[in-house]
Design a binder for this molecule. Structure first.
Ligand SMILES: O=C([O-])[C@@H](O)[C@@H](O)[C@H](O)[C@@H](O)C(=O)[O-]
Ligand SMILES: [Mg+2]
Length: 431
């Protein structure tokens, strides 16, 4: 049997999906957040789907990339990086852009480019898997586990988005103190069976966040707990928090910003440090590992450049005795499926992965992925094992088209200014 794996069409659909008012150190999530859905079609009529960040700067790179992809083989995964280099040269305006201090670490042009590649890589793997009748994990060398564990991703949050903002109502309620955080954690366990918990910090003064983690430790004795202020603390504050919470934390995530500060913290505490901010590219590994700045790297397959790069990162971490797990930003089911396939192939995955998915009430799939006992079962169906709901996709795309441009780029500080006009993104360290 012969198959024609030539890519005959690529469709890019930017969408806006509902997002609750989750607080972080930069502000609050907007009522809708942009994502980009990628579809790759082959000559044989197979379609593969991918998902990545959907802000304008990603779209600017994704469009020329999509044009260049037509005519290539869906199996040419290495070629995606060469193509990205060509697009980067053509789009030198975007390529030169550097934005320091985002929640995803230093946002270099290289990372933007890799995030775009990841959406196409996942779509190509999905198409290839469907064409060959193999699940994505088999294309990655095969699963070593049948289910992947995720942690409950707790956020301080308001009950509603600020008044006057059109948005979907969520049923989580507010969480702005230790009791609210514990109630949210209970809801997570009841709804999804999670057994480990991560609290997004950097929102309230450290003493309040310490109290919240202590309350979690009391409510869920012996369960793995993490706190992630996204680099909002000084070295001194980080060490105080580590001393207070050392007995109950699985790890502290990005307490201080950047490798030198993280190395200073790591040198003076026994609490393991994790990051999705100071090690976000292969180029950042050497300094961080040499200085002993991090004990766990949280891969985000989007900005690491896809599932195969995530496997390579895991291999480097294994070599240096550094742990690996998965970071998450706001995402939908295609990305959760992709994360689950790659996580299923990583041998030493000793920490539950992060996922924002429970916070997303909307999706583009006919059937949402389910957490059972805090785990997602690894699909053995061809490709990712998910199906696109075209009506939902069209509806969410319509929302993107109707937006006047204010929500097409995620801006947590702008969302906060709706509630507090004086708000400016705090300088770092905040405490
Ligand atoms: O969604 C958020 O507010 C998070 O803070 C996100 O932007 C981070 O990238 C992330 O979840 C993290 O672990 O740092
Ligand atoms: Mg983090």
């Amino acid at each position: 049997m012969t198959r024609d794996l030539t890519i005959t069409a690529v469709h890019l659909t930017p969408i806006l999906v509902a997002d609750p008012p989750l607080l972080n150190t930069q502000g609050v999530h907007q009522p809708y957040t942009p994502r980009l859905i990628v579809e790759v079609e082959t000559a044989d009529g197979v379609t593969g789907v991918g998902e990545t960040y959907g802000d304008a700067k990603y779209l600017e790179l994704a469009r020329p990339f999509a044009d260049k992809l037509v005519g290539r083989q869906v199996s040419d995964l290495n070629g995606l990086f060469t193509l990205a280099d060509e697009v980067a040269v053509d789009s030198s305006r975007v390529f030169g852009q550097v934005d320091v201090g985002g929640l995803r670490g230093v946002q270099t042009a290289d990372k933007l480019r890799l995030s775009v590649v990841s959406g196409f890589e996942v779509a190509c793997l999905d198409a290839l898997g469907k064409a060959l009748g193999l699940p994505v994990h088999a294309l990655l060398g095969g699963k070593v586990r049948d289910a992947v564990e995720y942690s409950a991703y707790l956020f301080y949050k308001w009950a509603d988005h600020p008044e006057g903002v059109a948005s979907e109502k969520d049923d989580w309620g507010a969480a702005v103190d230790p009791a609210g955080v514990v109630a949210q954690a209970r809801a997570f366990t009841e709804r999804y069976g999670f057994t480990s918990f991560k609290l997004k910090g950097g929102v309230f003064p450290p003493e309040e966040e310490i109290a919240a983690v202590k309350a979690l430790a009391e409510a869920f004795p012996g369960h793995p707990l993490r706190l992630d202020p996204n680099g909002a603390w000084s070295v001194e504050t980080s060490l105080k928090v580590a001393a207070e919470l050392g007995d109950v934390l699985e790890y502290l995530e990005d307490p201080a910003l950047g490798t030198p500060a993280m190395a200073e913290v790591a040198a003076k505490t026994g609490v393991p440090l994790a990051t999705n901010m100071c090690v976000t590219t292969f180029a950042e590994i050497q300094e961080a590992f040499t200085k002993g700045a991090v004990q766990v790297v949280l891969s985000d397959h989007h900005y690491w450049g896809g599932l195969r790069n995530t496997q390579q990162l895991a291999a480097v971490c294994r070599t240096f005795g550094v742990g690996v797990s998965m970071h998450s930003n706001t995402h939908l089911g295609i990305s959760l499926a992709a994360m689950t396939h790659v996580a299923a192939t990583v041998p030493d995955l000793h920490h539950a992965c992060d996922s924002h998915y429970p916070w997303q009430s909307e999706d583009v799939l006919t059937e949402r992925l389910a957490f059972d006992g805090g785990k997602v079962a690894v699909s053995d169906a061809p490709g990712l094992g998910v199906a696109l709901d075209r009506e939902r996709l069209a509806f969410l795309h319509r929302r993107w088209l109707d937006d006047d441009g204010t929500l097409r780029d995620r801006d947590d500080a702008a969302a906060m200014r709706v509630a507090d006009p004086e708000w400016v993104t705090p300088s770092v360290p905040r405490w």
